[in-house]
Design a protein around this ligand. Structure first.
Ligand code: NAD
Ligand code: UDP
Length: 309
């Protein structure tokens, strides 16, 4: 198939591009490199299965050759990135998703939207099921990202119902692995980078807030599974194994044997207190289950980080 990956030069998008090319597909990456990098696709530079189009998808784009599938991942994703780029973040979820849905309609291509657990906000339901509508502050520091993705889901559903475009929606929970920018502010690269530089480890709040971390290869397998399965309603993808941020810091310290100390800083406004996906739908519809333990995933990520610090 000929497959478009928007945001294909980013962390998840570049791993997805690798997996699609490994399956023999031709991939067109559309990316403006605002938070991604050509370096993430450097190893594919001689592949005739990859074409890179440098373009900001908030502006229309027309591709001549027939497209069969579109994975729509373009968006700043880390809290530091989207708070630095609030207008670009809102525009890519709204105008960008609109343009890419237009592309799906023109090519009669199936499109998958990469949405997020952030649509649940600081959740009052735990673990989070897809039926939960969320608890989002639209005017808080996370509003630009959360509402951008909520709008994106709404316009995807509108194109599905009004234009009969074949759509998929996934809600990704915290995912980590090689190629995350070590300074993107997310907790996994932040702690790894602090340890590699022998700095203190910054815990925001008292560290009792929880997250559930999914290794990127597990996620990519899930994304491709959802695309080829028949269900058009949102599907959570993430690892249901939940851990507090303090326990997570201690785990990274014990794996690395680091002597870094924990230091406590104020909890950011609207930081979700608990997050864990209910993945019953992914299990039933796709037969998907994460396989990589946090230890194994962290060891792989640390190895990569050491080579790239
Ligand atoms: P990333 O920042 O590494 O990748 C995003 C990519 O989108 C970058 O290459 C960036 O340059 C590109 N992009 C942004 N705006 C664009 C625009 N206007 N036009 C073209 N390209 C643009 O982030 P990531 O972690 O790989 O996230 C990928 C997707 O998955 C995002 O949509 C994100 O919201 C979603 N997601 C990620 C996680 C996670 O834990 N990593 C969790 C939930 C959702
Ligand atoms: N966090 C932290 N120290 C850091 C970076 C993040 O304690 O140096 C916390 C953050 O407050 C949040 C969790 O780690 O509770 C996950 O943060 P991240 O930015 O990775 O993503 P989020 O899940 O909040 O979008």
């Amino acid at each position: 198939m000929r497959i478009v990956v928007t945001g294909g030069a980013g962390f998840i998008g570049s791993h997805l591009t690798d997996a699609l090319i490994n399956q023999g597909h031709k991939v067109v990456v559309i990316d403006n490199f605002i938070t991604g990098s050509r370096k993430n696709l450097e190893h594919l530079k001689d592949s005739d299965h990859l074409m890179i189009v440098e373009h900001d998808i908030t502006k229309p784009i027309y591709l001549a050759e027939k497209i069969d599938r579109i994975y729509h991942l373009a968006s700043p994703a880390s809290p530091i990135d989207y708070q630095k780029l609030p207008i670009q973040t809102l525009k890519v979820g709204a105008l960008g998703t609109h343009n890419i849905l237009g592309m799906a309609k023109n090519h009669n291509a199936r499109i998958l939207l990469a949405s997020t657990s952030e649509v649940y906000g600081d959740p009052e339901e735990h673990p989070q099921k897809e039926t939960y509508w969320g608890h989002v502050n639209p005017i808080g520091p996370r509003g630009c990202y959360d509402e951008s993705k909520r709008f994106a889901e709404a316009i995807v559903v509108a194109y599905r119902d009004y234009h009969k475009v074949d759509t998929r929606i996934i809600r990704i929970f915290n995912t980590y692995g090689p190629r995350m920018r070590l300074n993107d502010g997310r907790v996994v690269p932040a702690f790894i980078s602090q340890i590699l530089h022998q700095h203190d480890i910054t815990i925001f709040g008292d560290g009792s807030q929880t997250r559930s971390f999914c290794y990127v290869s597990d996620l990519v397998r899930g994304i491709m599974g959802v695309m080829e399965a028949g269900d058009q309603n949102p599907i959570n993808l993430g690892n249901p194994s939940e851990i507090t941020i303090k326990e997570f810091a201690e785990k990274v310290i014990s794996i690395t044997g680091s002597e870094s100390k924990l230091v406590y800083q104020p909890l950011p406004v609207d930081d979700p207190q608990r997050r864990r996906p209910d993945i019953t739908r992914a299990r039933e519809i796709v037969g998907w289950e994460p396989k990589i333990s946090l230890e194994e995933g962290l060891i792989n990520t640390l190895k990569w980080a050491k080579e790239n610090v």
